[in-house]
Design a protein. Structure first.
Length: 336
């Protein structure tokens, strides 16, 4: 707030000028309070087995030096949440959208039964800051010394953990007691920006974030979790595993997530339907995530019929709505 932040529902929205902050995100080095996300703590001597039986990825591969992407799915294989997971000693921390923390905590608690596991909201214990830009690695290197080399690599320095997301994008997890001093230090070298800027970076990186409007709409492969490392096909059973595996080995995937742009000032919303002429009035897809783009309009991640994306013009909300302009994918797609 001392930096002029506008905070709504506990989330930092902006520092006065969203357009300028988006331009800084695209061209400079930025600092973002990731308050749009919350954190759940899974503790207890059976925490690993508990999560291994519930999540799409192999939790045994999350270590003191490696975070991971994963999802919680329904018995029908549809994603109820996507999350980033890292270790804190013997505990596991699950980061997911703030609005889903309590519903997912309750859902996970239903599976505890007699397991020696405790599930708690760690939102008051963990503050996550995002740093992005060409200077981000140098800034963090001066602050913490040696940094992780690989994406989702993780190091701990006392009560601070540093996670590499990509070559220019990093996440720092710290305690509320240290967060203010760390923010003051980092903000001397990076421009503070609002949450939509980090959301835009996730979209441009092709990293989907499931929100209440899109829960139980997609199997993980539709959202490219099989491509970006959010699914293990070698682990044992978990809710929806049979359907996810059948899709991988026996089925033909008909939908994928794509990066696109929509012109105009009206903000697309997660859950908005998409239409194309080949579907005879039925939706051909759905908006998963959307954020304002630095050049105007909005960039989106959208799950679409692969055939419609290849052969049709896809429109937002109706066949008369704004057309999606597809952008180069941030990673290779099997069907491209």
């Amino acid at each position: 707030m001392q930096h002029g932040a506008t905070i709504e529902a506990g989330v930092v929205q902006r520092f006065g000028d969203t357009a300028a902050e988006l331009n800084a995100t695209a061209q400079g080095t930025i600092l973002c309070d990731l308050s749009q996300f919350g954190t759940l703590r899974i503790s207890g001597e059976e925490a690993q087995t508990f999560l291994q039986n519930l999540l799409s990825n192999d939790i045994r591969e999350a270590s003191a030096s490696r975070a991971q992407l994963s999802s919680l799915n329904s018995p029908k294989g549809r994603m109820q949440a996507t999350m980033v997971i890292w270790r804190d000693g013997g505990d596991y921390l699950l980061q997911l959208p703030r609005v889903l923390c309590e519903p997912i905590r309750k859902k996970l608690s239903m599976y505890v039964l007699r397991a020696k596991v405790k599930i708690s909201d760690a939102g008051d214990e963990v503050v996550s800051l995002g740093l992005c830009g060409k200077a981000a690695q140098e800034i963090l290197g001066k602050q913490f010394g040696e940094l992780p080399q690989l994406p989702l690599g993780f190091i701990s320095a006392g009560q601070i953990g540093v996670m590499k997301i990509s070559g220019t994008r990093w996440q720092v997890n710290t305690s509320p007691q240290q967060a203010q001093t760390l923010w003051q230090t980092l903000s001397q070298h990076a421009q503070p920006v609002g949450s939509v800027c980090w959301d835009w970076l996730n979209i441009r990186a092709g990293i989907p974030v499931i929100l209440p409007q899109t829960q139980e709409h997609f199997v993980p492969q539709m959202a490219n979790l099989d491509i970006i490392g959010g699914v293990s096909f070698k682990k044992g059973c978990y809710p929806g595993q049979e359907i996810v595996a059948r899709m991988q080995y026996l089925g033909k995937l008909k939908r994928r997530i794509y990066l696109a742009h929509i012109d105009g000032d009206t903000v697309p919303q997660p859950g908005d339907e998409l239409f194309s002429a080949d579907m005879e009035g039925q939706p051909s897809g759905m908006i998963v995530n959307a954020a304002p783009a630095p050049s105007g309009g909005h960039d989106v991640l959208a799950v679409l019929q692969i055939s419609s994306k290849k052969t049709q013009t896809v429109h937002w909300k109706s066949l008369q709505g704004a057309a999606l302009k597809f952008l180069p994918p941030p990673y290779p797609l099997p069907d491209s």
